[in-house]
Design a binder for this molecule. Structure first.
Ligand code: AMP
Length: 222
């Protein structure tokens, strides 16, 4: 007689239930973390048929970080939730299915998370654009302004082949200065920016004006 193993669900639980004893080793829900707020507490899958609406719940607003007056959109609760992360990665990747993309340039640091995952899914190279002094070999460098600072970005020389088709990825589009700087690095190496991709877009800052007419994809807009 053959043994049939008990059926296992391949669905990963995404949030601890209130009062649950069975998953007590998992971290507390992100909304419970002091210092920021989530729009509403995560609710069961059946109650959230819109996956992006579900993912949006895991973007935490942290006021006055890193400077007074800045409302920081914290993606770490989203990273901590397997379902929300899948939803966002799927949404990013499906926008490029069938497109010719040679390389994904991810912007340090949060752009590495989403850019690396996107590159793997698109079977494209991943190229990091980093803050100064982090890359070990010879680099190209550009200066730019963000919503709250002035900064520089570097990319290893010869990271891209001539006319490489590139998608630039970051976690968030604010004023567009950072993404624009990454595009300058790409252009300096003879690449073409075919699209920008962001998890979050702060549309009230009009950052996309600085990036148009290049295609812009953002998963969650505020
Ligand atoms: P910007 O160059 O103004 O478009 O700024 C985008 C970069 O700064 C991204 O790398 C973001 O991670 C970060 N950033 C700017 N504003 C915010 C914000 N309100 N919340 C979270 N990250 C931000």
């Amino acid at each position: 007689m053959t043994y049939t193993p008990p059926r296992r669900s391949n669905v990963t639980p995404y949030a601890p239930q209130a009062g649950s004893q069975t998953r007590s080793s998992r971290p507390a829900p992100p909304g419970a973390t002091p210092g920021g707020t989530l729009p509403s507490s995560p609710s069961p899958r059946a109650a959230t048929p819109d996956p992006l609406a579900y993912a949006r719940r895991f973007i935490r607003d942290v006021p006055d970080f890193p400077k007074p007056g800045i409302l920081f959109k914290d993606i770490t609760p989203l990273l901590a939730n397997p379902r929300a992360l899948h939803v966002v990665l799927d949404s990013l990747a499906e926008r490029f299915i069938g497109d010719h993309v040679d390389a994904v340039v991810g912007i340090e640091a949060r752009g590495f998370i989403f850019g690396g995952a996107l590159a793997a899914r698109l079977n494209a190279s991943f190229v990091p654009a980093r803050k100064p002094g982090k890359l070990p070999a010879q680099t190209d460098r550009v200066s730019y302004k963000t919503e709250y600072s002035t900064a520089e970005l570097e990319m290893h020389k010869a990271s891209l082949r001539e006319e490489a088709r590139v998608v630039i990825v970051d976690d968030l589009l604010a004023t567009g200065g950072t993404a624009r700087a990454a595009a300058d690095l790409v252009h300096g190496q003879g690449g073409t920016v075919v699209a920008y991709a962001f998890v979050v877009e702060l549309s009230f800052l009009n950052g996309r004006e600085r990036l148009l007419p290049v295609r812009i994809e953002s998963v969650l807009s505020y």
